[in-house]
Design a protein. Structure first.
Lengths: 201, 201
DNA sequence: GTCTATACCCAGATAGAC
DNA sequence: GTCTATCTGGGTATAGAC
């Protein structure tokens, strides 16, 4: 189906060169049709980008709330949580398409308000709040000290991982996604131990 | 001097809209001359960008190595170091111009190899190595535990601050620089305590 | 050093034949 | 649904008068 091929190739090109760095002509060339034919499938360049964003948001916003689920077994120790949290965070990104679009989000965030707000709320604030809830529960159950600043703990934990992502998608691009995700789990695991070790009773 | 005005306005516009998002026409309009007159001062658009980068690099790469200096007084405690480290990191950025160009670097890093390499080496790897040295000294003087992974400690400390920068320059833009820098010092101070608390003997 | 005028290119998008 | 042809607008850059 041509429409799908356009989307696929647009994801490839946009995620590599950015939205402004790719022309309709270039997309058409790679798809193997003329520019004008694109407009039979999408009303314009912006419409392709919208389709990409809608796909991404549809995939990433699903109905499970894994951190809260994990919190039900608070006795399993901290190791259990960062694994649950990280896995929840990563499970949606394991597809190559999703990784590409994530890079595109990082690229476009500086001048696209929709992307900026999505990153801010769904990717940063949402998870941070999840970790705040978890640390609060841990505090209530005397797993971590009472004088801990849970918001600071959450940010201290989460922002480290966020920068690993930025580093991967921007600074180290192009770098193998699989290899990075392995490294990411290992590093955030070590990082989580540092944070938890500092807070535990 | 017109040449300086061109540079100044280019910094303003590039840092807001990105290099590709600004035209020579637009720069000329804001300067108050015609496009063609720009070429009496700079050989082209790229040359303006080069001048901006050279200015930035000239300002940021100076001869002091503050972390190593700070390490000479290792007995002053950890508080002393993150303050020294953070201040060293921030002192170069206190000018409005430097903050603007830093945002420009974040924006352009995804497709400008020079910027990418500069961020990678001077902004990330350099400071991380400084902290690695410091943590190694602390280990040698039995200030932190012997089984600490100093590379992980350094990244765990430093990447948090890096993401605060990304958040400020991209996600929260436009946000007051002064206010952010205060917040940054407060947050990284708290973060440093968490990291150090986890590692200390 | 600045101006007008212009060359040249590539962008997004549309009309209408097949 | 794809094509050719074309429109319109914006971009960088240059030539040459003042």
């Amino acid at each position: 189906m041509t429409k799908n091929k356009i989307l696929d190739i647009s994801i490839d090109l946009f995620s590599e060169y950015g939205y402004d760095g790719v022309s309709i002509r270039q997309i058409a060339r790679e798809v193997g049709i003329r520019e004008s034919s694109i407009y039979n499938h999408y009303s314009g360049k912006q419409a392709i980008l919208d389709a990409i964003f809608n796909y991404y948001i549809g995939e990433i916003v699903s109905d499970d709330i894994p951190i809260e689920q994990a919190a039900l077994n608070l006795d399993k120790g901290f190791d259990f949580f960062y694994r649950a949290g990280s896995e929840a965070f990563l499970s949606k990104l394991r597809k190559e398409r999703m990784m590409k679009i994530t890079r595109l989000f990082f690229i476009e965030s500086y001048h696209n308000e929709h992307v900026k707000n999505f990153l801010k709320e769904a990717i940063i604030q949402g998870p941070v709040n999840g970790w705040i809830n978890l640390f609060n529960m841990m505090k209530a159950k005397n797993v971590i000290r009472d004088d801990c600043d849970v918001k600071q703990l959450s940010e201290s934990f989460f922002y480290y991982g966020m920068f690993l992502f930025y580093e991967h998608f921007i600074i180290n691009y192009p770098e193998d996604d699989e290899k990075f995700l392995e490294e990411f789990l290992r590093k955030t695991e070590n990082h989580a131990k540092i944070i938890f070790n500092s807070a535990k009773i």
